[in-house]
Write a protein that binds this ligand. Sequence first.
Ligand code: IFM
Length: 470
Amino acid sequence: MKIKFPENFLWGAATSGPQSEGSKDKPHLNVMDKWFQLHPEDFHNQVGPEITCNSYEKYPEDIELMQRINLNSFRTSIQWSRLIDDLETGTVNQKALKYYRDYFSRLKKANIKLMVNLYHFDMPWELQEVGGFANKHVVDLFALYAKRCFESFGDLVDMWSTMNEPIVPVEAQYLYKWWYPYISDYKLAAQVGYNTILAHAKAVKEFKILFANDSKKEITVVLNLTPSYSKDDKPENIKAAKLSDEFFNKSMLEAAVNGRFNQEFIDVLKADNVLPEFNKSELDIIANNRIDFLAVNYYQPRRIQGREKPYSGENMPDKHFENFDWAEKRINPHRGWEIHPETIYNIAMDIKNNYNNIKWFISENGMGVEGEEKFKNQDGVIQDDYRIDFIKEHLYWLHKAIQEGSNCFGYQMWTFIDCWSWANSFKNRYGFVSLDLKTQARTIKKSGTWISNCIINNEFEIEENLVNKN
Ligand code: IFM
């Protein structure tokens, strides 16, 4: 069966500054750089962020590769810890300015639509030391940094995003101790979550002021949506799944699209005694500075039930729900995450029905594979047929949603070149292009060649066995 996409559909890949540039010439460390200095043993094979893909030096070569696989769009992020010399006054580092301007100009020349994100978990270290987004002064410094980015690159960037997956640091750094500074504090996490949304809205405000006379300029936030499916129809499980959605999806989604928070969510925070400090003028800023379009990262859903036994642990969101192991789930055997392509359709329909059918796109989808070298053929090309099937299945459901009226205008994969990924470092490879860590050589994978044909034709052929495989 042929699946054809609308004209001008955006096809692309996403990465981020801290995961692809390397740290050469940066005036500041960010929290990840510092974490690696303090605890290298926390990182897979003790590989840190100093080099990553060295896109700081190799970006001209990388853009040629993007052209070879016909990408018509690309996302990366500016590193706050690279662009700004004086974090308090927002003075711009001239080397960084030159680097990003050249990088972005070359993308423009190559006719690749550029989306630039401003924050991808990479809090400058000095600001992390004073609390990061727990500190409202840092919120204001983020807005200042955002303003500098808009002023410096407004002529080169096609689409802007304030932040990538803003709920992730709340979970990883302030609730579940996955990442440095390994805090588990529900009240602090709620404050960080709220302040992060405020920082996003303040950045959007700067954007709207600067580009008040240019209606073509648009801004978003990149949200990772992980819809929560209830174990069954039991009211307690449905309620638990709904609450899990409030915490991990709707809190940020409601604020960004509708400029508000759901009352049900506020009531739970109040009852749990963790309502953040806020004031009316902040709520007005959130209400009045909504996104122009939505960017969604989708990897996997959550499977949720109510607590089986009475909860006796610390005050945590998890007192309201717990994960359950769905026996029928399909698992990516190379990474361990569930594969559930139909969820992309469900997300699209939720956006259509409950978020005014706002225009949106998939800003990340992808399949991580550990030990991917074993799939190399004799020419050194990774034969990632599993990734091609993964993409086809997700695109099938996305296409179905578009046919049913979803306002989706593009699909970007995570990622372009295999990149560094926080504590996992280079363990799981996601790229259309493989990276040799010793030589920095880049080689297009089979999926890279597949996507280049898909992009040129704006369509692809899907086999019957991949349709409705869920
Ligand atoms: O590497 C990350 C990225 O930073 C955010 N989205 C998920 C990716 C893969 O884990």
